[in-house]
Design a protein around this ligand. Structure first.
Ligand code: FAD
Ligand code: UQ1
Length: 464
């Protein structure tokens, strides 16, 4: 059994941002990163890959090239955390002891929660998902296929090609990604020459809003209206019948509560997809829709292995940390960041960048001052960001304080507007920031840039 000063679970965005700095500060042999994957993924690029705007290869680097030089890489998964004895149990059977633990294991995609769906089906039967390393490369070819079909549709009386986009009611990473690919799909079909009435786009979301922050939701709703994209709230995708190309949506419990009797007007008939059947029985309300293309965002949850340690997680299964200090609420030598944490903000790499600073400051403080009674120096404000690409060269750069639900913008213009500069920044500059900065522990979000722009923003944004 080996022993380390710090063990980091996960070599993803959050795990590398933390371990890079800690390994260089604490020196060789003192930091271990437990990570099973051969490849590190820059997942934010997958929206662009699905839209045919980037190559999949640009989102990957071999894990061995990004694990910090001075850290030991244990290439296996953590099977269980034993926080009472300061140990982790590895899938290989080994136990590893730690003085400090950082949990950055990401979020788990649960494909099997949708009846009839398996990750291996992506790319077949018109089923696509950008939420899969193996599946994302199939999205664009499928979109081109349906675009060709719509473009060559001859009879104007034929029913339109049906494209469906789904968002589950569970927490997910990058809550904007389920709709970003819809905007890109619409643009691809238009570009391939499809007549607007030769295809129809429907977005089914498990929740009751298009976006959590009103300022951006208003803009996105206007975009959907202008582009004729149909929105349906409180529906979860519950089944796919690949061979029939049918999707079944179930109205969920987040729908407006009724004291008794059936739910109020499900989908108004005039907004129903063309080839759809409604099944209603009391409050159990389902719609079966024939599709030609469907982009699935699977339900997600905290990783299963965390649930084996109830003391580590909250009722939802997320690592239970203080929202400001990122220190565990019961184990002071444990920290967590990123998608697997309980932090009540929107789960993104942008959030993990800001969080990584707080984890490093506070953990190094504890190492320097063994008296854990002195207050931890760094606090996370809830910053997160969601670059909503709405087309080639168009993007709404949502940036906000997820704790307060208020915009927290970096650039000196109103970021609810679609802009080319925000597109160029997200497509070309931020990936460089990620590979050169974040995975090396040197990018903690844009707060210093925001401060630098403050005088300019004060002049240009006064009329927002
Ligand atoms: P990850 O980066 O997912 O890393 C988790 C790591 O833990 C993985 O390497 C995994 O192999 C490892 N792991 C899992 N289980 C174990 C175990 N038992 N033991 C050891 N290791 C384990 N974010 C943005 O900021 N902007 C965007 O535009 C954006 N767009 C996105 C679009 C898509 C399609 C997707 C899928 C995500 C997007 N994100 C975006 C979200 C972003 O990728 C994540 O929020 C971010 O990667 C979270 O970092 P993390 O370290 O928590 O998890
Ligand atoms: C960001 O910092 C980040 O992490 C590297 C992202 O993940 C890909 C983002 O999408 C965004 C938008 C940011 C914020 C950075 C700037 C310069 C606004």
């Amino acid at each position: 059994s080996s022993s380390y000063q710090v063990v980091v679970i996960g070599g993803g965005s959050g795990g590398l941002a933390v371990s890079a700095t800690l390994a260089s500060r604490l020196g060789k042999g003192n930091v271990a990163v437990v990570e099973p994957s051969d490849t590190h993924y820059y997942q934010p690029l997958w929206t662009f890959v699905g839209g045919g705007l980037k190559d999949f290869d640009q989102s990957c680097l071999p894990m061995r090239d990004v694990i910090p030089d001075k850290a030991d890489w244990l290439q296996t998964r953590v099977a269980q955390v034993l926080p009472e004895s300061n140990q982790v149990l590895l899938a290989s059977g080994q136990t590893v002891s730690y003085q400090y633990l950082v949990v950055a294991a990401g979020i788990q995609t649960n494909w099997q929660k949708i009846k009839g769906l398996d990750e291996s089906l992506l790319g077949t039967h018109g089923i696509a998902s950008n939420y899969s390393a193996t599946g994302v490369s199939h999205t664009y070819p499928l979109l081109q296929q349906v675009a060709q079909q719509a473009a060559t549709a001859t009879s104007s009386s034929a029913s339109p090609r049906q494209l469906l986009f789904t968002m589950p009611s569970t927490p997910i990473k990058c809550a904007g990604a389920p709709q970003k690919i819809m905007y890109l799909a619409d643009e691809i079909l238009c570009r391939e020459g499809a007549n607007r009435n030769a295809y129809r786009i429907d977005y089914f979301t498990g929740i009751g809003k298009i976006f959590a922050i009103q300022k951006y939701a208003d803009k996105l709703l206007a975009i959907c209206r202008d582009r004729g994209l149909n929105l349906h709230y409180h529906y979860d995708l519950t089944e796919i019948r690949p061979f029939q190309r049918q999707a079944v949506f179930t109205r969920n419990a987040t729908a407006p509560a009724t004291t008794n009797g059936p739910l109020p007007s499900p989908i108004p008939t005039e907004t129903l997809p063309t080839r759809a059947q409604v099944q209603s029985e009391g409050n159990d309300h389902q719609i079966t829709v024939d599709y030609d293309f469907i982009h699935v965002t699977p339900p997600m949850s905290a990783p299963d292995f965390l649930r084996k340690t109830p003391a580590l997680v909250n009722a939802g299964g997320w690592v239970d940390v203080d929202a400001k200090t990122l220190q565990h609420v019961r184990f002071p030598n444990v920290f967590s960041l990123g998608d697997c944490s309980s932090l009540p903000t929107s789960k993104t790499a942008a959030a993990a960048a800001a969080e990584s600073w707080v984890v490093k400051e506070n953990l190094l403080h504890l190492i320097r001052h063994h008296d854990s009674t002195s207050a931890l120096p760094a606090q996370y404000d809830g910053y997160t960001s969601c670059p909503l690409v709405t087309g080639k060269n168009k993007l709404v750069l949502a940036e906000f304080n997820g704790y307060e639900g208020t915009p927290l913008e970096t650039l000196p213009f109103n970021q609810a507007q679609e802009s080319n500069s925000a597109y160029q920044l997200t497509a070309h500059v931020i990936p460089q920031i990620y590979w050169q900065g974040m995975v090396r522990g040197m990018w903690h979000g844009p707060s210093t840039i925001r401060s630098a722009f403050k005088p300019v923003a004060a002049m240009t944004k006064s009329s927002d």
